[in-house]
Design a protein around this ligand. Structure first.
Ligand code: SF4
Length: 277
């Protein structure tokens, strides 16, 4: 069986950086915690725990030591509170998310009504909202825009993982309705690149395997995209979940992984598939 890995697959720059910062913090001292699971990948979170990095569900669960802010970013008030409590804060917010924070803050400071294109209860969007001053309108698409806009001067910022089409739809709908429109395209290309190369590969192989946390939104979306073009698509977290029956009669297998899947996890699945055939 020929096994091919998608051109763009696996852990992205921001997640890799957050994992590295957490490992460095653990090597330096005790009582290291991440505020929420560092990434949506149970095996990676368990491995971090073995290295001494625990998960604090909220600030009250971290009363001393080091607190790591994950790549999604947070409300700046949380960082200020942590520092007031004497915690050593390691800010692993992805620089692309920080760029969205800066845009949101600047648009609000310029007196624009801020609109965030993104998922309302996603932690990244909560952080962007806080940087916009807490009053931004959050929409998932143009259909969510209200009949009456808060003003005719509007600034748009977008969650890093949204699609360009979605941003474009909101911008097109706003343009005829406002006097001034400023748009920060804060989309990060990591998600789009992974989706495009997964779909391309899934079209050409007999079986497609997508590796990553079952609780990972971006991995689940990759599996959905692959399944649309290749019904023999399977989403696994580890090699143990592979079922040899999936590969019956297959000559080619494609493998991809979500942006929160460490490389060695994907490599382990590739090795296990190679052993099957
Ligand atoms: S997907 Fe993009 S914005 Fe999000 S953590 Fe990865 S590199 Fe950063």
């Amino acid at each position: 069986m020929r096994v091919e890995v998608a051109k763009h697959a696996g852990v992205c720059y921001g997640v890799e950086r957050a994992l590295r910062l957490a490992e460095e913090a653990a090597a330096l001292g005790a009582n290291v915690r991440t505020l929420g699971p560092l990434i949506h990948n149970p095996q990676a979170v368990a491995e971090l725990r073995e290295q001494g990095v625990e998960v604090a569900a909220c600030l009250d669960e971290a009363d001393d030591g080091t607190l790591i802010i994950r790549s999604h970013g947070v409300d700046p008030a949380i960082i200020a509170q942590a520092e007031q409590r004497g915690l050593d804060v390691v800010d692993a917010t992805c620089p692309f998310v920080t760029a969205a924070h800066t845009c949101a803050r600047e648009l609000a400071e310029q007196g624009m009504s801020v609109i965030i294109v993104g998922e309302e209860d996603h932690p990244e969007v909560e952080g962007i909202q806080a940087h916009a001053g807490g009053t931004a309108l959050i929409v998932q698409s143009a259909a969510d825009l209200p009949e009456r806009l808060p003003s005719r001067k509007v600034g748009v910022v977008v969650q890093t993982t949204q699609s360009l089409q979605r941003l474009q739809g909101v911008v097109d709908a706003l343009l005829p309705r406002v006097n001034e429109l400023r748009v920060c395209n804060t989309i990060c290309s990591a998600t789009a690149k992974r989706q495009l190369s997964a779909e391309e590969l899934a079209r050409t192989v007999d079986v497609m395997v997508v590796v990553g946390g079952h609780n990972s939104g971006n991995t689940t979306r990759l599996a959905e995209i692959c399944r649309e073009v290749n019904p023999r698509t399977h989403h696994v977290e580890t090699a143990e979940e592979l079922d040899p029956a999936w590969f019956a009669g297959a000559e080619s297998v494609g493998v991809t992984a979500g942006a929160s899947t460490p490389d060695k996890q994907m490599a382990g699945v590739v090795r296990a598939i190679e052993k099957l055939g």
